[in-house]
Design a protein around this ligand. Structure first.
Ligand code: GAL
Length: 730
């Protein structure tokens, strides 16, 4: 970067001062609030917002996503800030590529939209470790999200860094930028009790620290009934019409997470939220006086690499959002909300000028009317019945209302929108490309040398994270046992039991895969119990423990355990069971292929790949596959179809597409009616099918020719059936 001359600095400071003075005089560039709404540049606003998390798509996709959000009738883009992506090791910052936060905020500004920056830095978000860097757990004396000096110091340092960065780029509205709002912490309210008085002290400190950063725009705390003034407490949920802030006379009613769908986990079905119900929920909120609604998510995107938290959260973070994982419009969700937004905007003047008057029109029927001289009149007519439509009389006119619906009348006469009347569906489809039947080469992880190469030996079993520090999903626990021939009994097959805190376990005995055990969303702990193939003499026992995303929420979640804690017990050897948990174990972090970077173009040649006819490699565990392909023609989004594979990770040109896992969804997928209170289990698909089969390959990661694809398969699959497909409208 060219150095800025002294005279330029003077000019810069001078113009900033003039701008600030102008702002103050004209009450422009100022965001304040009152009981009705946020007030931007002196105007009360009804704001519609949508969450788009920048690292969950690529910079090449951002502009299009933001424009689609604007065209969908949104005013604001909301994002969390992802600490662990920005500070991978202490003091070593990353604001490049998918983590180029400034670029993202500037694109929002370029589109003429506002920004809500949810700094957290705890974010939850189904993101690895809730957004915290794993190194933070190993700062001496630290305890997360409570009145703990090392934690508070680190949180303040990162929050300040982000605020200063935004200030330097003049991105707060108070400086003429797009950021109108910021969030500190995230849903701490639910956890405060678990932390007691220290939690309360922490919360008060966090509020003061944030306000002290003088951003010139308001701060919010979501799901925090006791948020201290001037911080606005906001609502998150499927419905928020019941919600009022902790000071009705001074604070506006804001909904920071209107859940547009829900996330998915490997082994579970895909949740869908009917748009009629989502629109109904938003209209219910606005008719009660709500003035800010943010869709969580408006575009969910992809948990690339190992960014998914959970554990067990899928690589897809599609969320059934109005813009799908691939950046395509999800219909009729997108258009229906767009019409809802239009009707709300037509009513904006009336809504911000008056408090709603409630009129009962029957047992299930209601009207909410905003009427004033200054703002005119807007009305919301509601039918809460879940299966009967009705006709109501309002101001001497009759209005038909479908079940569980609200009509919006921006002039108190004409219906501009009804939440239950949706337009046409347009289906997207997967179409083939010429990328199939690739010429694969293979490389096998050599299990036999793992313990001899290990640099760490300890008595007993260690927590996985304390050893890997999350440098890899994989940790080998290796030991050996000597069995005297006299300890083996005729007719008795020795077995092995291994208990693990999660998330997935592959057990190797004498170099052979003896079996695997898998956790899931309901039970992360796993137990392997199987025929161990033990023989007289020396036996090698090697346990490959696999993490599937670190815990992202809950009180003291940083203390949750991962990996093999035991007991590890041999049965049917000698006269009693033999507990080998406390003997010497050697530890090896990660796979050979990982240490040699063979998924990356720079490391791919560091091992000898075997030309393979694949037939010999079907269902072989711990196998790497590599091939090259030319870009599929066209511009449609791409995905890799992994249905024939088991579990592992996939990279294209060194970029990690994420974890894949072909596990079939258990659950109930009965037809679902939009009417009635929504819960994620109400409307689901893919029962009995793999939860996730397609994995997003961003177009910008693909070169015209000779793209390197590398797959690491843990359990065994058939790579010959891997293909790349196009996502396209039918
Ligand atoms: C909320 C949380 C979000 C996200 C959401 C579920 O409670 O604030 O970060 O985790 O749940 O998708």
């Amino acid at each position: 970067m060219a150095a800025i001359s002294a005279s330029k600095w003077v000019h810069l400071i001078y113009t900033s001062l003039i701008l600030l003075l102008l702002c103050i005089q004209l009450t422009e560039c100022i965001v304040t609030y009152d009981k009705k709404s946020l007030i931007i540049n002196g105007h009360r606003r009804i704001l519609l917002s949508g969450s788009i998390h920048y690292p969950r798509s690529t910079p090449e996709m951002w502009e299009d996503l933001i424009q689609k959000a604007k065209d969908g009738g949104l005013d604001v883009i909301d994002t969390y800030v992802f600490w662990n992506g920005h500070e991978p090791s202490p003091g070593n910052y990353n604001f490049e590529g998918r983590y180029d936060l400034v670029r993202f905020v500037k694109l929002v500004q370029k589109a003429g939209m506002y920004m809500h920056l949810r700094i957290g830095p705890f974010v939850c978000a189904e993101w690895n470790f809730g957004g915290f860097p794993v190194w933070l757990k190993y700062v001496p004396g630290i305890s997360f999200r409570t009145d703990n000096e090392p934690f508070k110091m680190a949180m303040q340092k990162f929050t300040t860094k982000i605020v200063l960065m935004m200030k330097y780029e003049k991105l707060f509205e108070s400086q003429g930028g797009p950021i109108i709002l910021s969030q500190i912490e995230n849903e701490y309210g639910a956890d405060t009790q678990a932390y007691g008085a220290a939690g309360h002290a922490y919360l008060t400190w966090a509020a003061k620290m944030a306000v002290g950063l003088n951003t010139g725009v308001p701060w919010v705390m979501c799901k925090q009934d006791d948020a201290p003034d001037p911080i606005i407490n906001t609502c998150n949920g499927f419905y928020c019409d019941y919600f009022t802030p902790n000071n009705k006379e001074t604070k506006p009613t804001m909904w920071t997470e209107a859940w547009s769908g829900w996330f998915s986990d490997f082994g579970g079905p895909l949740p869908h939220r009917p748009v009629q119900d989502l629109a109904f929920a938003v209209a219910r909120f606005i008719q009660k006086g709500g003035s800010f609604t943010n869709y969580y998510m408006y575009h969910g995107g992809t948990n690339f690499g190992r960014t998914a938290g959970g554990p067990f959260i899928t690589t897809s973070y599609d969320y059934d959002a109005p813009i799908d994982e691939y950046g395509l419009l999800r219909q009729p969700k997108y258009d229906h909300l767009k019409w809802l937004h239009r009707a709300i905007k037509l009513s904006e003047k009336a809504i911000v000028s008056a408090d709603p008057t409630f009129i009962s029109l029957g047992s299930y029927e209601q009207a909410h009317v905003f009427s004033s001289k200054a703002g005119g009149c807007a009305a919301f007519l509601a039918n809460y019945h879940i299966n009967s439509s009705t006709t109501v009389r309002f101001r001497n006119k009759r209005y038909d209302l479908p079940p569980w619906s609200i009509s919006i009348l921006p002039d108190c006469k004409t219906v501009a929108f009804n939440t239950a009347q949706v337009g046409k569906t347009s289906l997207v489809n997967w179409l083939p490309t010429n990328v199939n039947r690739l010429a694969w080469q293979t490389f096998s992880e050599d299990v036999s040398t793992i313990d001899s190469e290990s640099k760490m030996t300890e008595s007993g079993l260690l927590d996985q994270l304390s050893v890997t520090r999350d440098a890899s999903d994989y940790l080998w626990y290796s030991t050996s046992v000597v069995i005297n021939p006299s300890e083996l009994h005729r007719g008795v097959v020795p077995t092995l039991t291994v208990q693990s805190e999660g998330h997935v376990l592959h057990v190797f005995v004498n170099g052979q895969l003896a079996g695997s055990a898998y956790g899931n969303q309901d039970n992360r702990k796993v137990t392997f119990n199987g025929n161990a193939n033990l023989r007289a003499g020396m036996n090698k026992i090697q346990l490959l423990s696999v993490a599937v995303g670190l815990q992202n929420n809950g009180p003291r979640f940083e203390q949750w355990k991962t990996g093999v804690f035991g007991p590890v017990v041999l049965h049917g050897v000698g006269h009693v069971s033999r507990d080998i948990s406390h003997q010497k174990w050697s530890y090896q972090v990660g796979l050979k292929g990982e240490s040699k970077n063979i998924a990356l173009p720079i490391g791919v040649s560091s091992v000898d790949w075997t030309e393979s006819s694949l037939s010999g490699h079907v269902n072989r565990p711990l196998t790497w596959y590599k091939a090259y392909f030319n870009a599929p023609q066209g511009v449609e989004p791409l995905a890799i179809d992994m249905k024939s594979m088991g579990k592992g990770q996939v990279w294209i040109n060194g970029q990690s597409i994420g974890r894949y896992w072909t596990v079939h969804a258990k659950g109930s997928c009965t037809p679902c009616n939009y009417a009635g209170t929504y819960r994620p289990a109400k409307c689901q698909t893919r029962c009995g099918k793999p939860t996730q089969r397609w994995y997003h390959v961003p177009r910008s990661w693909v070169n015209p020719t000779r793209n390197l694809i590398v797959v690491f398969e843990e359990i065994g699959g058939d790579a010959s059936l891997i293909s790349i497909e196009r996502r396209s409208f039918r």
